[in-house]
Structure formats: C-alpha cells, structure tokens
Design a protein around this ligand. Structure first.
Ligand code: PLP
Length: 363
C-alpha cells in the first residue's frame, strides 16, 4: 500500500497508532478470542471501553461535573433535530447565528419542522472581498430559549471560537463537529456541544453530546426516544444498541490525544500546520483565500485557484502524487485541505511543495 496524504473533510485520516491498535483488536480484542466489533455492548469488556472513553473525554476537555456526556447515533443532522426537540417548547423560538453551510442547515431543520428559528446572517464580504463574520449580529432576541452557533464551518472554512457571543442566561448550543479536540475549549460557556466523530475523533456513525444537566429532561412528548437526551442519559447511552466500533475508536483517539499531551499540544501543532499553509497561499498571487484572517479555520483551509480553468488539472496532478481529497465541497467549489489532528506537519509540507510546483509550472 502506498502512503497517501488524506485531506478529505470527513470521514478522514486517523492517526497511524490508532489504526494499528484497532487492526490488532479487530480480530482479537485483548485475548478474548473475539474481535472488538463482536463483543456485546452489555459485556464487561465493552463497558470498560465505554466508561474509559467518557472519562478520558472529560479529562481532556475539563468537562465540569454538571455536564452529561451522551454517545448517540444519527450524526450531526440528527442533532439538528434533537436540539429543538429537546429544548424548544411548542411555539418557542431560538436564535441561529448563521456563519456558513452547517449552521444554515441546522436553522432550516428547526424552522421547517419544530419552531421559530430567528436567523442572523453573520457573514459578509469585507472591503478586501473576503468573507468575515460580524459578531455584532450575534445577539439574542428576547424570548429565545437557546442560541445556536457552528464554531467551525467545515464547508466554508470559517472558525469563530475566539469571538463567542455573550448570550447571557440563554444557553449557547454549539456544533463543534470539525474542531472538537483540536484546541482547548471552556465547556462551561456552552449549554450543549454536539459533534460527530468523523473528523478528529474516529469514524462516522456516532455523535457525542455534552450537555448541561439542567437542559436534560425537557424533550417534547413525541421526540423519538433515541434522540431524547434524558432517555440516553438514563440508559448510559445504551437505550438501543450503540455503534460500538465508533465508540471504541473514540476511546483509542482519546488515549492517543492524552499520550501526546492533550488538546493543548494538538492546538500548538494545528496552529503550526495552519500557518504554514495559509502563509504560502497569502504570499502567492496564484492561489486565493477568500476567508478573512480573523475567522479562518485552522483545520479546513478553503482556497481557490485564480484561474479556475486549472481546477481539474490541479486535482488530477495532486491525486497522482498521493495528495487526496482536495476538491472543495460541492456547494462552494474550489479547493479545501482538511488538516485535522491526525495530519502531521509532513503532510502539510507535501501539500505546500505541490502548491509551489504547480504554481511554477502554470503561472
Ligand atoms: C460542522 C458540521 N456539522 C454537521 C455536519 C453533519 O454531520 P452528519 O453528516 O454526521 O449528519 C457536518 C458534516 O460534515 C459538519 O461538518
């Protein structure tokens, strides 16, 4: 197998150490004679995996004791429904701070099915022609039950953790699907945080919800039990059979993060990688970043070629060199390099070398 650098936005590359441990356990989990996916979720072996995953997550993110951690299915989009179903009363309203594709999808899910979503379009084109975020638009409307934000817009390449809105007593609900575990966060600033595993934590198939305990227990009567946070909490996230493999992979990833020195060390690495890539793009007049420096994502670098007729050539040549997954999301086009936790600096160097070489040949 030849090594490739995988820049897909998710599912995406996972750390070598994690993949190797999973490979060993896949056939025989710790001499049980059973593969890790063959073990019952009710067994002592799986209970240990499940509880270690939760305690490592709590330790790595310093999750306060008054927060519950739920391991769910249904993906990020499942939580777009679960959030209003668990929090929004009938005829209630919530504020949605829209900064890109995924917050827009969450707002639409609420508005079309569950209640009033007050949409605050927070991005705008600044005087340099770059997308920026107007944080003054992130204000809560009187009477709203919660305010919603997507901290890292995977499609648009916009990250806004530094400028969180002050929502007072109104809980701020955050989608951190693509930047969780990439940097420290202060969990106590949020009412709930949701994230799918498939970028920085594991394979697809599981979503984790970290939710303040006073926000659990208010679901609508018709909220499906599998999305009801109180039901999940009561049954230790095993009301139905959980996605055991994804849960196990999350455990391995959390162990790996701890062994490196925690999310603090990953933040250092992620800043270094992002700087290397954006510095090259900013210094070139062949590639363009349309995202303002104030809000650029450290993990999803969205860029375009000035001459977009070269897009197909760029993708074909990068792929031939083992740089895969650089094509931008279908709603935006252009290019996107996702450089999550598992991408080492060598992968980013290889990408920058290719960017240089391609530029020199096609300028
Ligand atoms: C930030 C963010 N939120 C939500 C989603 C949707 O997740 P899912 O496909 O698991 O429903 C994605 C998917 O990539 C995402 O990047």
């Amino acid at each position: 197998m030849s090594k490739v650098w995988n820049f897909y936005a998710g599912p995406c590359m996972l750390p070598d150490e994690v993949m190797e441990e999973a490979q060993r356990d896949f056939r025989d989990f710790q001499n049980t004679g059973m593969g890790v996916v063959e073990i019952s979720h009710r067994s002592a072996e799986f209970s240990e995996i499940a509880s270690k995953a939760e305690s490592l997550l709590r330790e790595l993110l310093h999750i306060p004791t008054n927060y519950r951690v739920l391991f769910e299915q249904g993906g990020g989009r499942g939580q777009f429904a679960a959030i209003p179903l668990n929090l929004l009363p009938e005829n209630g309203q919530a504020d949605y701070f829209v900064t890109g594709h995924w917050s827009n999808c969450a707002a639409k899910e609420c508005a079309e099915k569950y209640g009033k979503a007050i949409i605050h379009e927070c991005t705008y084109l600044n005087s340099d022609g770059q997308y920026d975020v107007d944080f003054s638009k992130m204000t809560v409307t009187p009477g709203s039950t919660y305010a919603y934000i997507c901290i890292n817009e995977t499609v648009n390449g916009i990250e806004t953790l530094e400028n969180l809105p002050d929502t007072g007593n109104v809980p701020l609900i955050a989608d951190m699907s693509s930047n969780i575990m990439t940097r420290p966060i202060d969990v106590s600033k949020f009412g709930a945080i949701i994230f799918g595993l498939q970028k920085n934590v594991g394979p697809s198939g599981m979503t984790i919800t970290i939710v303040r305990e006073d926000l659990v227990g208010h679901a609508r009567k018709y909220c499906p039990s599998v999305l009801d946070w109180a039901v999940l909490d009561k049954y230790g996230s095993m009301f139905n059979t959980p996605c055991t493999f994804a849960w196990y992979m999350a455990y391995l990833n959390f162990k790996w993060i701890k062994s490196l020195g925690g999310v603090e060390e990953l933040e250092r690495r992620n800043i270094e990688k992002a700087k290397m890539l954006y510095n090259y793009i900013d210094g070139s007049d062949f590639y363009v970043s349309k995202i303002s420096k104030n809000v650029r994502s450290r993990v999803n670098c969205v860029f375009t070629l000035k001459d977009e007729t070269l897009n197909n050539e760029f993708i074909a040549q990068s792929k031939a060199l083992g740089l895969v997954g650089l094509k931008g999301h279908k709603v935006l086009g252009g290019m996107r390099a996702s450089i999550y936790n598992a991408m080492p600096i060598e992968g980013v160097k290889a990408l920058v070398d290719f960017l240089k070489d391609f530029e020199q040949r096609y300028k």
